[in-house]
Design a protein around this ligand. Structure first.
Ligand code: PDD
Length: 289
C-alpha cells in the first residue's frame, strides 16, 4: 500500500508530497510541529497535543491553519488512508510561502502538512534492559517550550549519542543541570524513592507524556518532585527513565560510563511502565466508543 500525505488541502502520494522552496519552514525553520501516538486506531492525548500546538503557534504569532474540528477530521483521514492503527501522526505548520525575507510576510497563509506511519512502541531489549544516554552541552535557544521545527541542536545531540553507542543524549544547561533529552524528557528516581523531573519552563518542552506520567505517579501515591537535577545527582540515582510520545517510558540504565543501580530497569520504572500501558489502553477504548 502506498503512503498518503496531506499537504495544504490535498491528499497526495507520499513520494510526490512536497512543499514550496519558499516555504518559511524550509527557509527559516519558521514553523512548529506535533507528534501524536496512534494506538489501536485511537489518538493518545489528542487534546493536550492540539492545545500545545495552539500554544506554540500563538507564541510565534502564526495563525492556526484551520479550526480544531477541521484539523481533527484531517488527522483521522490521514490515519484512515494510511491504515495506521499503531503508529505516529506527524503534523507541521509553517508560517507559509513568501519571498525570502526575515520579516513576517504580510499575506502568507500558514502551511499544513500531516503524515502518518506505522510504528510499534519500543519493546523487547530497549524496555527489558534499558538504554544508555550520554550527557552533552545544551546549545539550544531560550524558548525550548515552543515545539519549533528548528531542531538542529537536537539532531546533533542525538547523533553524538548514537556515535557514542548510546540511545539518546541528555542535554546539560549552563547551570550544570540536565534539561531534557534530544526528543524526550528526563527523569531520575533517588534512593529515597523520589521520582524527579524538571519543572516546565522555557528551558524544556512540557511533554504530554511527562504530564501523563506525573498524574499516574501522583495517583499511585509515589513521591513526585519537580526540580532540576545535576549530572552528578543523575549518576547517583537508583533508577532513571525518559518519556516521549514515541518512546513512551524508556528505562535508562547507563549515563555516560556510569551504570545505575544494578544496571537493569528498576521496580518503580517498571511500575510506571505498567501504569502507562494501562493508560494507553484506556485511551484506545475511549477512542473506540
Ligand atoms: N519529541 N522534549 C523534546 C525536546 C521533544 O522533542 C519531545 C517530543 C519531548 C517529549 O514530549 P512528548 O511527551 O509530548 O512527546 C520532550 C517528539 C516525540 C519528536 O520530536 O518526535
Amino acid at each position: 500500500m502506498s503512503r498518503i500525505a496531506y499537504v495544504n488541502g490535498r491528499y497526495l502520494p507520499h513520494r510526490r508530497a512536497a512543499v514550496h522552496v519558499e516555504d518559511r519552514g524550509y527557509q527559516f525553520a519558521d514553523g512548529v510541529y506535533e507528534v501524536i501516538a496512534v494506538r489501536g486506531g485511537g489518538l493518545v492525548d489528542e487534546e493536550p497535543h492540539l492545545d500545545r500546538l495552539d500554544r506554540s503557534l500563538a507564541e510565534l504569532r502564526i495563525a492556526p491553519p484551520m479550526g480544531r474540528g477541521a484539523l481533527k477530521v484531517i488527522l483521522r483521514e490521514v490515519m484512515r488512508r494510511n491504515l495506521v492503527r499503531d503508529g505516529m501522526i506527524y503534523l507541521q505548520v509553517s508560517r507559509g510561502v513568501a519571498p525570502r525575507d526575515h520579516s513576517f510576510p504580510a499575506r502568507a497563509r500558514p502551511a499544513l502538512v500531516v503524515t502518518a506511519r506505522h510504528k510499534q512502541p519500543p519493546a523487547g531489549a530497549a524496555v527489558e534492559q534499558g538504554v544508555g544516554v550520554v550527557t552533552v552541552e545544551d546549545i539550544r535557544w531560550k524558548r525550548c517550550d515552543i515545539k519549533s521545527v528548528s531542531l538542529l541542536p537536537n539532531v546533533l545531540a542525538k547523533q553524538d549519542a548514537l556515535d557514542a553507542g548510546a540511545f539518546d543524549a541528555w542535554m546539560v544547561g549552563a547551570d550544570g543541570r540536565i534539561t531534557e533529552g534530544s526528543a524526550s524528557n528526563a527523569w531520575i528516581i533517588t534512593k529515597g524513592r523520589e521520582v524527579i523531573t524538571r519543572p516546565p519552563s522555557q528551558e524544556i518542552l512540557d511533554g504530554v507524556t511527562r504530564r501523563a506520567v506525573k498524574a499516574l505517579a501522583r495517583q499511585e501515591g509515589l513521591s513526585y518532585v519537580e526540580r532540576a537535577f545535576s549530572v552528578a545527582e543523575a549518576k547517583s540515582a537508583t533508577e532513571a527513565f525518559l518519556t516521549s510520545t514515541s518512546a513512551r517510558i524508556l528505562p535508562v540504565t547507563r549515563i555516560d560510563d556510569v551504570r545505575l543501580g544494578d544496571g537493569k530497569p528498576g521496580p518503580l520504572t517498571r511500575k510506571l511502565l505498567r501504569l502507562y500501558a494501562d493508560y494507553e489502553r484506556r485511551a484506545e477504548r475511549a477512542a473506540a466508543e
